[in-house]
Design a protein around this ligand. Structure first.
Ligand code: MN
Length: 716
């Protein structure tokens, strides 16, 4: 930690930056660098950093970080100038004239980036994200400079007010760290995470800092001893290698404790050893030697050399029971692999002429391109974030298409992932798969070497259930998009039906639904169009009555009170009752009896017989005179239905109502009336009057509703 403090407070000088650059770019045009420094100095001369230091310290620190990353002169200059257009009078034209179009492009892109704020929460900022990624794909230096800028700001975050600290730290943890991880820049990711951690969870941070220091004190001697034994062994075998101790970064420890739900004492890889050698072959030889010295712990060996992570990380990991029975974790890699692990895309970048990454070099680029491509369709920034944060999958499987082409998929991929990797339509229409000639379930986990053939059906669509087992982000995104589209379609239909029925009831012509007047009404609900209004009705966000009220404003409360309080009896529909002929009867609206229920009849004064369920609580209150009760029973008529009422409590989320109505129509159950009310605690109370054949069908329906996602409770 002492090191970090030094880094933070030592003000750099231009001469230091110059000599740093000259070390790895001996032919660099130093005069241009100096010019950029003075230009930036001049532009920022009236500004101070919040900590009171001259502003130039910030661009100088950023440029110096870029020099540490061995980036080219254009990047260093752009780093020096990165805030000039944003904060001062300077314009891009001046920059282009003085420093060339590349520098101007990068500074321009950085300016655009700093003008937008990432929302880490609800609101979609997809377009802004897309811009950022387009800039990044155009010239990866933009993002590297942006990272350096953010890192310096994070290192000096203590000077900002606490609220701002938290916001910036949160954004860094949610966006910058995963992105750095994706791009393989290990050291930046670790520093982003630790600095964010420090501000977001200061107590835990301090606590872990102390614990790690103590662990270090206890174990350093031991680790050094193990390291020495390894060094001796390796020189015995003539294998060149550096053996060094490594400490896991704090946030990494914290996350491990969280994910595995273990206390600090059970995190065994806080301290470990890293062995860096010259060739891949030597990596495996070293592994063999270590395993011959100490017993490896089963399940802890990972070969990321043969199966690199998708951010191109390569290394051998193993844990052994070292001397005195203590666990020791090893990472074994070549110098090249080490550089990639630390610097990621930057390592690839710096050796390329002209600054563009060669495609064959980097999976990052493929990942980036896929991300940008999917961004065109993604409307939701949260989904984008999920995609960035998605696991950097450790392992891959290689499978074959029927034509013998090889596909690389993350381990755990299923035929559905495979189908979506071929084409979105293949994914949507997938109904089954043949692996090596045999039919397998869609949940089957593909193995390397499998030959996979997808069976499709043109009328088929994805199911929500697939989300439980697909592993690729691509499949996940496409399935969600499809489901969302379907839910919208269903809600649109349902909304139309509900509105149409209610309008007819009120003597309004359903043609109005297509009129301009309806468009206006939609707008009065802050919706874009009638279609959106109908969808909202279908989702249960807007009630039919709210819409009807726009036409019949005087309409009394009567229509919106819950049904059970309205008229007590209606003419019975679709049932016959044994033993009573030519008598007017009704089923009671307090209990909605249906075939299969035990019944009792109540003879009313002048209105015939009302049929109640025999356990109807209402009956107990009204039937004081036993003489007025008559025995009744059902005569089942297969072709008739009876009305039943269901109260359903759900979470207040779009789509729940649509999936319930889809469920009912799949069971051939008609909805004859629907009321939806939302509560303050974000729940929805739905009252359905449905037409069912009998109690069995109603019970089946009840069970299915109860197991529908988002449903909290269902009762008659
Ligand atoms: Mn800046």
């Amino acid at each position: 930690m002492a090191l970090e403090t030094e880094k933070r407070f030592r003000l750099l000088t231009l001469d230091e930056l110059t000599s740093k650059v000259q070390e790895y770019l001996p032919d660099a045009d130093v005069s241009l660098l100096r010019k950029a420094y003075y230009f930036s100095h001049e532009a920022h001369c009236s500004q101070k950093r919040i900590e009171g230091t001259p502003y130039i310290d910030h661009p100088l620190s950023v440029a110096s970080m870029l020099a540490d990353m061995h980036l080219d002169l254009t990047s260093i200059i752009a780093g020096l100038l990165h805030d000039t257009v944003e904060d001062t009078e300077t314009n891009l034209k001046d920059i282009e004239e003085l420093f060339g179009s590349d520098v101007a492009f990068i500074v321009g892109a950085l300016t655009k980036l700093s003008r937008m704020q990432f929302r880490t929460q609800e609101e979609a900022q997809a377009e802004n994200f897309r811009k950022m990624f387009l800039a990044m794909a155009e010239d990866i230096r933009v993002i590297l400079i942006k990272f350096a800028d953010r890192l310096h700001n994070m290192r000096t975050l203590e000077h900002l007010p606490p609220k701002k600290q938290k916001r910036i730290a949160q954004e860094t943890l949610e966006i910058y760290a995963p992105l750095a991880n994706r791009l393989g820049i290990g050291w930046m990711r670790a520093e982003f995470e630790d600095l964010s951690f420090k501000y977001l969870n200061p107590d835990m941070y301090k606590n872990l800092l102390k614990k790690v220091a103590r662990r270090r004190e206890e174990q350093e001697g031991y680790i050094n001893e193990v390291a020495q034994q390894v060094r001796n062994k390796l020189s015995e075998h003539g294998i060149p290698a550096e053996v060094t101790g490594r400490v896991k970064h704090l946030y990494g420890i914290y996350r491990k404790m969280q994910i595995q739900k273990i206390p600090f004492d059970q995190v065994y890889d806080v301290l470990g050893l890293r062995i860096i050698t010259d060739t891949k072959i030597h990596c495996y030889e070293i592994l063999g030697l270590i395993h011959s010295m100490w017993r490896p712990i089963p399940g802890r060996f990972k070969d990321y050399i043969a199966l690199p992570k998708s951010n191109m990380y390569q290394s051998l990991h193993t844990s052994v029971v070292g001397p005195k029975g203590e666990r020791v974790e090893f990472q074994i890699r070549t110098h090249d692999m080490h550089r990639i692990a630390e610097e990621g895309i930057a390592a690839h970048w710096m050796y390329k002429e002209g600054g563009r990454v060669l495609e064959k070099d980097a999976r990052y680029i493929r990942w980036l391109r896929e991300l940008i491509h999917s961004q065109k369709e993604l409307k939701d920034a949260r989904e984008f974030l999920e995609m960035v944060k998605g696991e950097v999958t450790p392992e891959v499987v290689y499978v074959f298409t029927p034509r013998g082409e090889i596909k690389e998929l993350p381990a755990g991929s299923t035929p559905v992932d495979f189908a979506y990797s071929i084409h979105t339509e293949v994914g949507h229409r997938c109904i089954g798969a043949r692996v090596n000639g045999r039919i397998v379930s869609l949940r089957y986990q593909l193995q390397s070497g499998d030959s996979v053939e997808i069976i499709t059906s043109p009328s088929h669509g994805p199911s929500r259930d697939w989300l439980n087992f697909v592993v690729t982000q691509r499949a996940r995104t496409r399935i969600k998009q499809w489901i969302r589209g379907e839910e919208r379609k269903q809600s649109l239909e349902l909304g139309y039906r509900l509105l149409e029925t209610e309008m007819r009831k009120k003597g309004l012509s359903p043609n109005i639904i297509k009129s301009d007047e309806m468009e206006e009404i939609a707008k009065s609900f802050s919706l874009k169009s009638t279609e959106d209004l109908l969808v909202s009705i279908g989702y249960g966000k807007v009630s039919v009555h709210q819409v009807i009220h726009k036409f019949i404003p005087e309409e009394k409360e009567e229509e919106i009170v819950p049904i059970r309080k309205r008229g007590k009896e209606v003419e019975a529909k679709g049932i016959k009752i044994k033993g009573i002929d030519n008598i007017l009867y009704h089923t009671a609206r307090c209990c909605y009896p249906i075939p299969g229920d035990n019944l009792i009849g109540f003879v009313t004064r002048g209105k015939g017989v009302t049929i109640h369920r025999s356990d109807c609580p209402n009956l107990g209150r009204i039937a004081v005179d036993d003489a007025r009760l008559v025995d009744v029973d059902w005569v089942i008529d297969e072709n008739k239905t009876a009305q039943a009422r269901l109260y359903v409590e759900t979470v207040d989320k779009p789509g729940v109502l649509a999936s319930l109505s889809a469920l009912m129509s799949s069971m051939d159950v008609n909805i004859s009336h629907l009321e939806a009310n939302t509560t303050h605690d974000r729940r929805a109370h739905l009252t359905f009057i449905v037409e069912v054949k009998d109690k069995d069908q109603l019970n089946t329906l009840k069970n299915k509703i109860a197991s529908t996602e988002g449903v909290l409770n269902v009762k008659r």
